[in-house]
Design a protein around this ligand. Structure first.
Ligand SMILES: C[S@@+](CC[C@H](N)C(=O)[O-])C[C@H]1O[C@@H](n2cnc3c(N)ncnc32)[C@H](O)[C@@H]1O
Length: 346
């Protein structure tokens, strides 16, 4: 992570609209400190819990529900005693059953939306994923299934051809890009993110897809235009480089669980560089906005209706509840996913 310092220097110098807002400020220093000492080979092992904020959250049991307080106390009093730490599941379910059901859901969603089968791809095992398991001879995690399900939703609304240019803002771990590139190797992708997240996503994608597929942030940091974009590659760019997109025509803009963690003026600023330049917009966000109190979370939650009105000249093609492979993606009012299409190219 030697390059972090250079990226941070550039980022701190950029206008305030590109700085993390209140929701993310809370994590910024913690993530930067953790990166400095982290063993990236253990990125997905669960030992760095702050990395879960942007996708490296591959727990099987959430640490929060692991053990009721009385059991914790009992364990303290009698440390050697065997204590069942997880509640029983209904209908005699076992972990294996949930994984198989999620897998079958992916197989079926793939068939319904004419997406290359989940059975033909597998997750990278880089970063020691705590949730790694095998089915039909391939490596999977529940996260891998869930990002596959997002792609199936997209393909059910408007099918990818495979050679498009996709811009993702807030790509986090890079798990969505891993799926996209494993299914469509010819896609050209531009990922924009906060500097410290960008480097972790870059590290993951270099390992998951191979160094040759990735144009790293130590190259793009010097870019003053997008002339050097390489067809078929994944480009890692700092979020403050977003203005380079002005007047750049591309196919799809993708933002998942990211706009909702910003403030409305920041979202409007990002959109101002891409509206009318891209044909399709995919959003997955909290339906009623992210949590907000007088001290924490976002200051002004952004609701579905707000996004819809920001996307002027775009027609809503479809809107649905967002799902992971094994459950509804639900938190304070649930998440939607939706696709808009540009009505008239100017
Ligand atoms: C919850 S994570 C979601 C990551 C990924 N899209 C996914 O679905 O797993 C939120 C993402 O938004 C990014 N983000 C938050 N505030 C941002 C800002 N002001 N500018 C750019 N990216 C931001 C974070 O760095 C992170 O990658």
């Amino acid at each position: 992570m030697k390059f972090l310092k250079e990226l941070l220097n550039d980022y701190y110098k950029s206008p305030s609209t590109f700085q993390a807002s209140r929701y993310w400020k809370k994590y910024e220093d913690k993530i930067i400190e953790e990166i400095k000492k982290a063993d990236l080979n253990k990125l997905r092992s669960g030992v760095y819990s702050v990395f879960a904020t942007f996708g490296f959250s591959e727990y099987i049991y959430s640490p929060k529900v692991k053990m009721p307080l009385y059991l914790k106390l009992l364990k303290k009093i009698k440390p050697s005693r065997h204590i069942v730490t997880h509640p029983d599941l209904p209908y005699s379910l076992k972990l294996k059953d949930i994984r198989e059901m999620a897998y079958m859901n992916c197989v079926n969603q793939g068939k319904l939306t004419n997406t290359k089968s989940i059975a033909k791809i597998e997750t990278s095992d880089y970063g020691s994923p705590i949730d790694l398991f095998q089915l039909e001879g391939k490596n999977y995690t529940m996260q891998f299934f869930s990002y596959y399900i997002r792609l199936c939703y997209f393909n059910g609304v408007t099918k990818l051809k495979g050679d498009e240019v996709i811009v993702e803002l807030g790509s986090g771990s890079g798990f969505q890009i891993e799926i996209l590139k494993k299914i469509y190797p010819d896609l050209t992708i531009l990922c924009f993110d906060l500097p410290y997240i960008l480097l972790l996503g870059e590290n993951y994608l270099c390992n998951a897809l191979g160094n040759n597929t990735i144009v790293k942030s130590n190259k793009t940091i010097k870019w003053e235009s997008l002339d050097k974009i390489e067809k078929g590659k994944v480009h890692m760019l700092g979020n403050w480089k977003f203005p380079l997109l002005k007047d750049y025509k591309f196919d799809i803009f993708w933002n998942a669980a990211s706009f909702g963690e910003m403030e409305p003026d920041i979202v409007r600023n990002y959109l101002s560089y891409i509206l009318q330049s891209c044909n399709i917009i995919y959003l997955l966000q909290a339906r009623k906005g992210k949590e907000s109190t007088s001290e924490e979370g976002v200051v002004t939650p952004i609701k579905f209706e707000d996004y819809d009105s920001m996307l002027q000249n775009y027609k809503l093609l479809d809107k649905n509840d967002a799902f992971q492979a094994h459950r509804r993606l639900s938190q304070s009012g649930g998440y939607f996913q939706a696709v808009w299409k540009l009505e008239t190219l100017k």
